[in-house]
Design a protein around this ligand. Structure first.
Ligand SMILES: Cc1cc2nc3c(=O)[nH]c(=O)nc-3n(C[C@H](O)[C@H](O)[C@H](O)COP(=O)(O)OP(=O)(O)OC[C@H]3O[C@@H](n4cnc5c(N)ncnc54)[C@H](O)[C@@H]3O)c2cc1C
Ligand code: SF4
Length: 554
C-alpha cells in the first residue's frame, strides 16, 4: 500500500457548504484539511445573492462564524417585491411576507468578499486541529483502494487519504460524478444564472430604493420581458453596488435558442429600471453559473462510503416560485455532515457518518424543503405541454382575464403563500403567461426610457480576469456536430450566434464540394458555468488550481 498523507477529514471546496463543514469539523476537534481550487475562496463563485438564516434551520452562517453579518455581508434585505411585466405594463406585488416567512435575517452578499472572509476564519479554526485551508488546489478525483473510497487525488498535490471526504465542490461536482451519485445529463434538472454587478454609490441606492442604512431591497421580475423562456430576473441592493441577473431553466433556454446575455440586457434596459439606473451605467462584472433544481436533483442519500456530498454538489439548491435559497442549505448540510462525522467517530463507527448525515438531513427538515411533497403532485399533473397549452389558453381568454381582474389584490396574498410557492409547476404558465396577463389586466404603464447601454459580450469578456491554462483546455468537444453540441452556441453565456469571440462557434466547413455546419470550441473566454457539460457532448473538467476565470465580485 502506498503511504499517502492522511487527515481525519478533507473538505473539497470553500464555498458556504465547505466553510460550514470545516467549521463544524474543527469545532468537534477533527483534523481537517480544506482544498479550494480558486486563487482565493470566492474567486470562482457566483450567487444572486441573498443569504438567508432560517429560523427552522439547524445551522446558520452567523451561528458558525460570529461577526459574519458585520464583516462579510452587504445589506440586510428588508423589502421584497415581485414585478409582473407585459411590455411597458407592470403590476408590482409586495411579497415581503413570503421573504420573512421562517427568516431570522437575510443579507445580500457578494461571493468574493464573503467567501474569502469565511476562508480566513476556516483556516484559523482548522489550523487549531492540525489542518488548514489551501487554495489553488484542484481535486481531480477520488482515491480508491480495493474499490473503496479512501481519499482524493489532486492536480497539484500527491493523493491524500482521509477518514471522511466532504465534497462541497459546487454545482459541477466532479467528485459527485466520480462516485456515480450525480450526473450532468438532463437540462430539465438545472437552471442557468447570469449576473451583472453595477456600481452605484451607497447614498444613491438609499435615495432611489428608499432604504436607510441597515436596509435593502430585493426586486424580482417575470412576464414577457424574457420572451417565452421560463425563469425570471432579480435586482438586489449591495452596500455600493447592485446585483442584477436572471435565472432560467436550462431546457427552456435551449428550446428557445435564447442568448443569456440578451435576456439580461432585456432586464437592464426595461423602463421599470430606468429611474433606478439613471445616469452613468457602470457594470463592473459579468458572471454566470449553473444552479441545480433541488426539486428534481436533491440527492435523497448523498453519500457513498467515506464521501459525503453537501450543497450544490448534492443538488441542495431550492428554487421555488420567487424563493431562491441555496447558500443557506449548503451551510446547514455542510455543518450537519461535519457533525455527523464527529458523532459517528465518537461512537467508534466513522464509517457510518454518511448514514447519520442522511438521517440528520431528514430529521432537521432540510430534505422536506428541498423536495416538497406538494410539488410531486403538481409536477405529475401539471407539467405536460398539453396541460400547459390548455391552462394558458384559458388564462389568456376573456374568462381567464376576468378571473384575474376579480382576484385583483388577492393575488398579492396568493403570491406570498409559502405553500403555493413550493408547488409552482415548472411550466410557461407561472413564469410567463400568468404574470403577463396580470400585468396586462391590472398593471400600470411605466413611462420613461432607459438610458442604460449594456456592455457588449466582447467588453464583458474583456473586463474579466483570466489565467488561461494555455495548451491544456479544461473542456474538450467530443462530438462537434450541430446535433450533439450546437445548443451550446446560444446557451453558453459567453458565446452567441452572431459573435465570433466566444467559446462556442458554428462554422460552415466545405469538403468535397459539399458544405457542413460544425461546432468549434475555444475555452479562453470560459467563465466555467458548467452549461456545456450538459447541453453539449464534452469531456468537462474544472481548470487546474488557480487557472481560468477569476471573479472579483461573484
Ligand atoms: C445567478 C445565481 C443566483 C443565485 N442566487 C442565490 C440567492 O439569492 N440565494 C442563495 O442562497 N443562493 C443563490 N444561488 C445559489 C448559490 O450560489 C449556491 O446554491 C451556493 O453557492 C452553493 O454553495 P456550495 O458551497 O454548495 O457551492 P459553491 O458556492 O459553488 O462552492 C463550491 C466551491 O468548491 C470549489 N471547487 C469546485 N470544484 C473543486 C475542485 N475540484 N477542487 C477544489 N475546489 C473545488 C469552488 O471553487 C467553490 O469555491 C444563486 C446562484 C446563481 C448562479
Ligand atoms: S464554455 Fe461551457 S462552461 Fe465555459 S462559459 Fe461556455 S457554457 Fe459555460
Amino acid at each position: 500500500m502506498t503511504e499517502h498523507e492522511h487527515y481525519e477529514a478533507v473538505v473539497v471546496g470553500a464555498g458556504p457548504g465547505g466553510a460550514a463543514a470545516a467549521a463544524a469539523l474543527a469545532q468537534n476537534g477533527v483534523e481537517t484539511l480544506v482544498l479550494e481550487r480558486g486563487v482565493d475562496a470566492g474567486a470562482k463563485n457566483v450567487s444572486g445573492g441573498l443569504l438567508y438564516a432560517e429560523e427552522s434551520a439547524p445551522y446558520t452562517i452567523d451561528g458558525l462564524f460570529s461577526d459574519f453579518r458585520e464583516e462579510a455581508a452587504e445589506r440586510p434585505v428588508t423589502d421584497y417585491y415581485l414585478h409582473n411585466v407585459a411590455g411597458r405594463n407592470v403590476k408590482s406585488f409586495d411579497i415581503t411576507d413570503l421573504h420573512e416567512h421562517d427568516t431570522a435575517w437575510s443579507d445580500a452578499v457578494l461571493r468574493r468578499k464573503m467567501d474569502s472572509w469565511l476562508a480566513e476564519r476556516v483556516h484559523e479554526k482548522t489550523s487549531e486541529t492540525g489542518g488548514g485551508l489551501l487554495t489553488e488546489v484542484r481535486v481531480n478525483g477520488l482515491l480508491r483502494e480495493n474499490g473503496e473510497i479512501v481519499g482524493v487525488t489532486c492536480d497539484e498535490l500527491d493523493p491524500i487519504r482521509a477518514d471522511v471526504i466532504v465534497a462541497a465542490d459546487g454545482v459541477n461536482s466532479e467528485l459527485a460524478r466520480d462516485a456515480g451519485l450525480m450526473d450532468w445529463e438532463e437540462p430539465e434538472e438545472w437552471f442557468q444564472g447570469v449576473k451583472a454587478v453595477v456600481d452605484v454609490p451607497s447614498d444613491v441606492i438609499a435615495e432611489r430604493f428608499d432604504v436607510s442604512e441597515g436596509e435593502g431591497a430585493a426586486h424580482l421580475f417575470s412576464g414577457d420581458l424574457f420572451d417565452d423562456v421560463r425563469g425570471g430576473g432579480f435586482l438586489y441592493t449591495n452596500e455600493d453596488s447592485l446585483s442584477i441577473g436572471t435565472v432560467f431553466h436550462l431546457d427552456s433556454l435551449v428550446a428557445e435558442e435564447a442568448e443569456p446575455h440578451e435576456l439580461l440586457d432585456n432586464l437592464l434596459t426595461h423602463p421599470l429600471l430606468a429611474d433606478w439606473m439613471e445616469g452613468h451605467y457602470d457594470e463592473v462584472e459579468y458572471s454566470a453559473k449553473l444552479v441545480p433544481d433541488s426539486k428534481k436533483v436533491a440527492h435523497p442519500s448523498p453519500h457513498e462510503g467515506r464521501l459525503l456530498l453537501v450543497g450544490d454538489a448534492a443538488g441542495q439548491m431550492q428554487a421555488q416560485g420567487p424563493i431562491i435559497k441555496g447558500m443557506n442549505h449548503a451551510v446547514s448540510a455542510g455543518a450537519l455532515a461535519g457533525e455527523a462525522f464527529a458523532e459517528a467517530s465518537m461512537r467508534g463507527t466513522p464509517e457510518r457518518a454518511g448514514e447519520l448525515y442522511e438521517r440528520k438531513l431528514n430529521d432537521e427538515g432540510v430534505m422536506k424543503k428541498l423536495r416538497p411533497a406538494g410539488y410531486k403532485v403538481t409536477s405529475a399533473l401539471g407539467e405536460h405541454e398539453a396541460v400547459t397549452n390548455v391552462v394558458d389558453s384559458v388564462l389568456t381568454s376573456g374568462v381567464g382575464r376576468r378571473a384575474v381582474r376579480l382576484l385583483g389584490s388577492q393575488l398579492e396574498s396568493l403570491y406570498s403563500s409559502p405553500y403555493l410557492s413550493q408547488i409552482v409547476p415548472d411550466t410557461r404558465t407561472p413564469y410567463v403567461t400568468l404574470p403577463t396577463v396580470i400585468a396586462e389586466e391590472l398593471g400600470e404603464r411605466v413611462e420613461g426610457t432607459s438610458d442604460v447601454e449594456p456592455k457588449s459580450l466582447l467588453d464583458r469578456i474583456g473586463d474579466l480576469t483570466y489565467d488561461t491554462d494555455v495548451g491544456n483546455p479544461h473542456i474538450e468537444l467530443q462530438d462537434n456536430s450541430v446535433e450533439a453540441s450546437g445548443a451550446a452556441v446560444t446557451a453558453c453565456p459567453v458565446s452567441a450566434k452572431d459573435f465570433g469571440g466566444g467559446c462556442y462557434r458554428e462554422e460552415t466547413v466545405k469538403t468535397n464540394g459539399s458544405e457542413e455546419k460544425l461546432i468549434s470550441l475555444d475555452t479562453q473566454p470560459c467563465v466555467e458555468c458548467g452549461t456545456c457539460a450538459i447541453v453539449a457532448d464534452t469531456e468537462w473538467e474544472h481548470p487546474r488550481g488557480g487557472k481560468g476565470v477569476e471573479f472579483r465580485e461573484g
